[in-house]
Ligand binder design. Structure first.
Ligand code: IPE
Ligand code: IPE
Ligand code: MG
Length: 228
């Protein structure tokens, strides 16, 4: 049964290892982040051709505020530049940009840019690129539970309907790069029955071919959802 449904609709990626990529080359961490953005750019272009309905990328976690201020501001700067340089291409490619996470707590100029980008692509009907910014699954679940409680009963269904990902297909495949085997507070609810794929490749070295490899592995998995 599982194999008949083996084409992934929604893939999420924990893009990890930018710092170690730079360190190996005796370069500043920010260069690793810059190269990480290049990897995102190439991957987003390729993901459309792979037929994914949604690609969710973990870009900044609720815990990443623990990093030094200069690294955080470099990341915010890269995010702004990415939106400014790539938005029109996404818009032309019919890609809808979505943000998951409490992005309104980001710097005001970033929030403004994000909201403009969301509005610019809101009517697009192709694939969805969901970027996780100031995202933590525990925060997301707490927000969803509060919203569900405000409307009535708290059940798995009413919570799921309030998650940031409520309008996306169910998560099929969760990828993490850089050899770490943990979720780091990413999509804890949605990962309940997602397949996992881990690679030692550092994020700046991740190419569309690696995503193809992960999708091929996914196609061979048998998903049972607790049944038999
Ligand atoms: C991932 O790379 C990018 C972000 C978390 C923003 P890291 O910066 O975590 O790289 P490592 O894990 O230190 O190598
Ligand atoms: C997870 O990576 C967050 C992102 C990729 C944005 P981290 O590098 O922050 O995770 P830990 O600290 O190794 O668990
Ligand atoms: Mg890391």
């Amino acid at each position: 049964m599982g194999k008949a449904m083996s084409r992934a609709r929604h893939v999420a990626i924990i893009m990890d290892g930018n710092g170690r990529w730079a360190k190996k080359r005796h370069l500043p961490r920010v260069v690793g982040h810059q190269r990480g953005v290049e990897a995102v750019r190439k991957l987003v272009r390729a993901a459309g051709a792979m037929g994914l309905e949604a690609l969710t990328l973990y870009a900044f976690s609720t815990e990443n505020w623990r990093r030094p201020e200069d690294e955080i501001s470099a990341l915010m700067g890269l995010l702004k530049r990415f939106i400014l340089s790539d938005l029109e291409e996404f818009a032309a490619d019919n890609v809808r940009l979505k943000i998951i996470g409490d992005y309104k707590a980001l710097p005001a100029d970033v929030v403004e840019l994000i909201e403009g980008a969301i509005a610019r692509t809101a009517a697009n009907t192709g694939s969805t690129l969901a970027v996780a910014l100031n995202y933590g699954a525990q925060d997301e679940i707490a927000r969803a539970a509060r919203a569900a409680a405000a409307k009535g009963e708290i059940t798995p269904e009413t919570i799921a309907a309030e998650l940031d990902t409520a309008d996306l297909p169910p998560l099929d495949l969760l990828i993490r790069t850089s050899g770490e085997i943990r979720l780091s507070n990413f999509l804890l609810w949605q990962a309940a029955y997602a397949e996992m794929w881990f690679t030692d490749v550092l994020w700046p070295d991740f190419t569309p071919a690696h995503l193809e490899e992960a999708l091929a592995a996914f196609a061979d998995r048998e998903r049972r959802y607790g049944g038999r």
